[in-house]
Design a protein around this ligand. Structure first.
Ligand code: NAP
Length: 314
């Protein structure tokens, strides 16, 4: 097993990790970003980002990720795509060793965790069986498979409401199924969805089973919160947007620094007080607004703190 050295290793190539990479590289220290998928992290599953400053007409999530990656690379940040960091250990003599599935171990003097979060599951019957067979977590990736079909979007947050709107570009009808009659999503997005004739709101209702013919999704069994009555909604596609879970495995093996919900508790500068040299940024942290702009900001902040740490520990 070969081992390489860097000053700052960043785990996660979403907005937080890419911004950290840009600031680390511009601080003239060797900076590497590991991303297990494509650049951009979760925003690549977002059809259209309307609230990232400097894009008055919006920008696709994929394009925004690519632009951020290009800017970090311009200043010599090294981006390793499709590489998973499988473990992090404290190194003898200081710093950290990152194990990767590429066959290379990396020794880093400082590490910034920007692994983000993954979509939450509902844990209802049919969910595992029909994943990728009509059940999806990504409208950007899969909406075009449902041209002129009827689909359901589940959830009441920004993701559900925004992606339900995106789905109407393809589907003939979108049921927006939410367990309450109030939304977490921004009012402007809910208002827009209410005006869209292709969207039917199904409120105070929870999904209880994904139905299918053995090969593909054919419907969704739902239950009314008000009277427990169940019914089936015929759909050929189901998109689940019921929140996210932090990807915290790498840190939980190092120390007990997460809160009850699994988010890493950081100081204002992204540092983790009990582990000098370890920082976190973005959706994985306890104080995240879960916006692209705040993720990028926290990445820059964590990189600045990491640079200061490197300076002081020399
Ligand atoms: P979220 O805001 O946590 O919303 C999750 C939704 O799923 C909630 O409406 C929740 O219902 C519902 N839900 C959770 N568990 C459920 C279950 N077991 N059964 C049925 N429904 C369930 O998640 P998100 O929409 O993915 O957004 C995550 C974060 O990213 C948020 O902070 C959001 O603001 C941010 N975001 C921002 C933008 C933007 O600014 N353009 C876009 C996307 C996401 P309850 O409301 O009843 O809890």
């Amino acid at each position: 097993m070969s081992a390489q050295k860097c000053d700052i290793a960043i785990v996660g190539g979403g907005p937080a990790g890419l911004a950290a990479g840009l600031y680390g590289a511009r601080g003239l220290v060797s900076t590497i970003i590991f991303e297990k998928q494509a650049s951009g992290g979760q925003i690549t599953t977002t059809s259209w980002v309307e609230n990232y400053p400097a894009f008055p007409d919006g920008v696709s999530g994929t394009d925004l990720g690519e632009l951020m990656a290009r800017q970090a690379e311009k200043y010599s940040a090294q981006i390793e795509l499709f590489v998973t960091v499988t473990g992090i250990e404290r190194a003898d003599g200081g710093g950290f060793v990152l194990r990767t599935d590429s066959g290379t171990d990396w020794h880093a003097r400082a590490v910034i965790l920007a692994c983000g979060a993954v979509p939450r599951r509902l844990d209802i019957p049919g969910e595992t069986k029909y994943t990728g067979r009509g059940l999806s977590w990504c409208a950007t990736c899969d909406a075009n498979f449902f041209k002129d079909k009827v689909v359901a979007a589940i959830g009441g947050g920004d993701t559900a409401v925004e992606e339900a709107m995106y789905l109407t570009k393809f589907a003939s009808k979108v049921y927006l199924i939410h367990r309450r009659d109030e939304f977490r999503a921004a009012p402007i997005a809910v208002e827009r969805a209410r005006k869209n004739e292709k969207i039917e709101f199904v409120l105070d209702t929870v999904p209880v089973e994904i139905l299918g013919d053995g090969t593909r999704v054919t419907g969704l069994r739902v239950k009314s919160i008000a009277n427990d009555a169940e019914r089936t909604i015929d759909v050929s596609g189901i998109f689940q947007f019921v929140g996210v879970e932090p990807l915290n495995e790498l840190v939980t093996n190092l120390a007990d620094v997460t809160n009850n919900a699994g988010y890493i508790v950081v100081e204002d500068d992204g540092s983790i007080p009990t582990i000098p040299g370890l920082f976190a940024a973005g959706d994985l942290t306890n104080n995240s607004l879960k916006q692209v702009v705040s993720a990028a900001g926290s990445g820059a902040t964590a990189a600045a703190a990491a640079l200061k740490y490197l300076d002081e520990s020399e």
